[in-house]
Design a protein around this ligand. Structure first.
Ligand code: ATP
Length: 821
């Protein structure tokens, strides 16, 4: 992880207290505190830094309160769906165990689709409690945080014999089983240990027709959702009272529905204490605070309403009471897209904006500080995460429909991304169509006659065999390398829940998206979104042949969208449900396909190397007999070493006469070729080159991404081949006065007529360079004081960092030379 914070001003206080909570989903409190502290130390080596990670009882509790080196034992427990998860028991001392219920039953363990509290269980917390006692604990501290407390609510309710119905009146599946059992021993368990439950929020309620829609993020709760929640609580409290359990309506922490407070912990006779206060006391916060001149605090997912989370709120409250200066850092991991942070107004800022601005989010009422902090992005180690984050930050790729929570595995290309992908496609088109006499271009429609897909074999054969786990309900491709044993047999082991013998035998699943043509949704009107562009070429083969007067061998090339309802999409734009293909079908005389196959293999590799992709990162993979697609006789993939391993991004396939023969048969239209020289008739064989525009874009991005140290500073740079770079140059007036902006504008306007260039006059010149390094812009043109005197500018090379002075009048030809290729 990088240092997350750099203190720009050297006049820092001598004693800095760093007290952050977990950055949810990414780093624990200690890791975040370490990262911030490292940044502070670097900027102000003389300052003494006190580390004081905090938590409110939820995520990161163990991390915050257990000193490094403490005993932490891994214990298997039932997760939120009743399937095993690895939880932890930490030991404060030999008689005091501590556990986070969020790792045993937390909603964070579930995917958004699974996150239905009516189906989840808190059984794991009970198991951990007993485990701790078995191992000798006299006191067990249970961190309940917020979200972990909600999921058991209905379990208790079920214990009273209630059933839950969905909106349509159908009963909901069983969940929360442990609480149902517990409800029968309302006098308590007689546990031989004292249980201390840490909880900070009133548990949002899940109840009949009630508050379920609002249970979610307490920290993000809106005024309306809180009102709905309160109404739900009232209703459930009334229900509880009618059922003869008024005590369950008023328990703290667990809420009336019977979350942990009313369930496990209640039955264990727990003492419920405010989590953040307990943690701060335990880590000696007040003593550290007394010494501190400045407190830096913060956490992930700050509450948009109150501006601060619970632990952070407590830190600020105490710091303010002690009249200390406070700076608040906030971040959130967005779908692997890296951290965003909240500004003081509650808006989400991106990392660049944070870097460009001063003090960060503060609770309303908490004074903004005169202190200037420069924030460096807290980056996950994983290259893929970094890339996704950079892609979003710089406007390459955004998640589709992000404001609605995103659409699974569908991505949108932003201002820079669309240029990059377009440059790749244009290069492909130039080399495959314009530079070759024997290839013609085509743009066939996405929607095609349904019979096309019968002829092509897609209706019958375009399926990925899948297996289901009967236990945890997850679904996998049958060839998932994580599966041990043979699916369908007792030896097969589920890669997620680890259960043996619960995987079904492989079943077929059609990957084509279906829709209806015309106003009536009936079987006869079913139409498919094409899963590959190739068929558009085959059905136009005769048209192109006749209209272009080509002779065999010749090819048809096309770039276009394809759609596959992939079962295991993912890895950013690697495997998506909507993507673009760049395909070329080369029609040859039967018997010559072997030769052409080799020809196109060599050509394609050469083309990729021309994109600047490092040769050592690419390799060939020949399909084994069991891997070949239904149409192929021979196939080679070109694989790239992605951060997640070697994978295909382009394929060269010998498709024989499979497709044309089938189309001839299904359409009744003769698709034979007449060789005028020999008077021979034959159905041509096809050698196909099939590349994904999106996957190739990902390869180009992965290959270009570098982190470097330049003059003692870290920089992230995309070393894109200049021909592919979205922006070719950026124009910077050194300062916004003394005639520099005017001259810069003039130069910018002139360059814009030839290249895609960018004008940037915001922030220090170093920061402007860094922004363009991340965008992969090969040249930075700075207009300085000398420029207005002698009409020369400096041109900085992104890769070598060398700067040369060039006459403004010669810039266009200078850049043209440099960009050629
Ligand atoms: P995979 O097994 O990785 O899904 P595939 O073997 O089915 O790919 P082909 O049918 O040969 O792929 O498609 C040719 C190219 O189209 C691939 O090399 C890839 O670049 C691209 N491609 C295929 N499926 C997808 C997808 N779901 N998302 C993005 N690109 C894809």
């Amino acid at each position: 992880m990088h240092d997350s914070v750099l203190i720009a001003r050297s006049d820092l206080s001598n004693l800095v207290l760093v007290a952050p909570a977990a950055f949810k989903g990414s780093f624990g409190p200690r890791a975040v505190a370490d990262a911030i502290a490292a940044g502070v130390r670097r900027a102000a080596p003389e300052a003494t830094v006190l580390l004081c990670p905090v938590a409110d009882g939820g995520d990161g509790l163990l991390d915050a309160v257990l000193p490094p080196g403490s005993l932490r034992e891994r214990v298997q427990a039932s997760g939120p769906l009743g399937t095993p998860v690895a939880a932890e028991l930490g030991w404060v001392d030999p008689e005091t165990a501590i556990l986070e219920s969020s790792t045993a039953c937390g909603l964070a363990l579930l995917t958004p689709e699974q996150r239905d509290p009516l189906r989840t269980t808190t059984r794991g917390v009970g198991e951990l409690l007993w485990e701790a006692v078995d191992r000798g604990a006299r006191t067990v501290v249970v961190g309940m945080g917020g979200s972990a407390t909600v999921d058991g609510g209905t379990g208790a309710a079920r214990g009273f014999g209630w059933t839950f119905q969905d909106g349509g009146g159908a009963p909901l599946a069983e969940g929360g089983g442990a609480l149902a059992d517990l409800a029968s021993c309302a006098s308590g368990w007689g546990l031989e240990a004292q249980v201390v439950a840490l909880a900070d929020v009133t548990t949002p309620l899940v109840g009949p027709e009630g508050a379920a829609p609002v249970f979610g993020p307490q920290k993000g709760a809106t005024v309306e959702s809180v009102a709905r929640l309160a109404a739900g609580l009232d209703r459930l409290a009334a229900l509880m009272a009618r059922q003869g359990h008024p005590e369950l309506a008023t328990l703290p922490g667990g809420g009336a529905a019977g979350g942990l407070g009313a369930g496990l912990v209640f039955f264990a006779g727990a003492r419920i204490v405010p989590g953040a206060a307990w943690v701060l006391d335990r880590v000696g916060f007040d003593a550290a605070l007394a010494k501190a001149d400045l407190v830096i605090t913060g956490e992930g997912a700050l509450d948009r309403t109150s501006r601060v989370g619970k632990a952070t709120g407590e830190v600020i409250r105490r710091a303010e009471a002690a009249r200390k200066r406070v700076a608040v850092v906030a971040g959130r991991v967005e779908d692997g897209a890296g951290l965003a942070a909240y500004g003081g107004d509650g808006a989400t800022l991106d990392a660049a904006a944070i870097a460009a601005s001063g003090p960060r989010a503060t609770r309303s009422g908490c004074p903004r500080l005169p202190l200037r902090l420069n924030f460096r992005v807290l980056m996950p180690e994983n290259l893929m995460d970094k890339l996704v984050s950079l892609a979003k930050r710089r406007g390459f790729v955004f998640q589709s429909s992000e404001i609605y929570g995103g659409l699974g595995s569908v991505w949108d290309y932003g201002p820079l991304g669309v240029e990059l992908k377009k440059n790749i496609k244009e290069r492909w088109w130039r080399s495959m169509v314009h530079e070759r006499e024997d290839i013609e271009g085509l743009d066939a429609a996405i929607l095609m006659h349904p019979k096309v897909w019968e002829a092509s074999g897609h209706v019958a054969g375009f399926t990925d065999p899948l297996v289901d786990c009967k236990h945890c309900k997850n679904r996998f491709r049958a060839d998932d390398p994580r599966i041990k044993g043979t699916p369908g047999q007792p030896d097969a082991q589920c890669p997620v829940c680890g259960t043996k013998g619960t995987l079904t035998a492989p079943r077929q699943f059609n990957l084509m998206f279906k829709t209806f043509m015309g106003p009536v949704e009936e079987d006869a009107a079913v139409i498919f979104m094409r899963p590959e562009t190739a068929q558009g070429i085959y059905v136009n083969y005769l048209n192109v042949l006749q209209s272009s007067r080509q002779k065999i061998p010749f090819g048809i090339a096309q770039i276009g969208k394809a759609f596959r309802n992939e079962i295991t999409p993912g890895n950013f734009i690697f495997r998506t449900r909507e993507f673009e293909q760049m395909e070329m079908q080369f029609f040859v005389k039967p018997g010559s396909e072997g030769e052409w196959f080799e020809f196109w293999r060599a050509e394609r590799l050469k083309w990729l190397q021309g994109l600047g992709i490092r040769p050592e990162k690419m390799r060939w993979h020949q399909h084994g007999k069991d891997e070949l697609a239904h149409y192929a006789e021979d196939a080679y993939d070109i694989e790239y070493e992605f951060p997640f391993g070697w994978h295909e991004f382009e394929g060269i396939h010998n498709r024989t006469d499979f497709d044309l023969k089938n189309h001839q048969q299904h359409s009744g239209k003769k698709l034979e070729y007449l060789d005028a020289a020999t008077n021979e008739r034959f159905i041509p064989y096809v050698v196909e080159t099939s590349a994904g525009a999106d996957r190739t874009t990902l390869v180009v991005l992965c290959d270009a991404y570098r982190e470097e140290e330049v003059q003692g500073e870290q920089r992230v740079v995309l070393k894109l081949a200049p021909a592919l770079a979205p922006l070719k140059a950026a124009v910077f007036p050194l300062v916004n006065k003394d005639g520099m902006p005017e001259l810069s504008r003039k130069i910018y306007d002139e360059l814009r007529r030839h290249f895609n260039v960018f004008y940037d006059d915001g922030g220090s010149i170093g920061r402007r360079y860094r922004r363009q390094d991340e965008a992969g812009t090969p040249f930075g043109i700075t207009i300085d004081g000398q420029s207005t005197q002698d009409q020369t500018v400096t041109v900085r090379d992104r890769d070598t960092l060398q700067q040369v002075r060039v006459g403004a009048a010669k810039l266009v030809s200078y850049l043209k030379d440099k960009l050629a290729g």
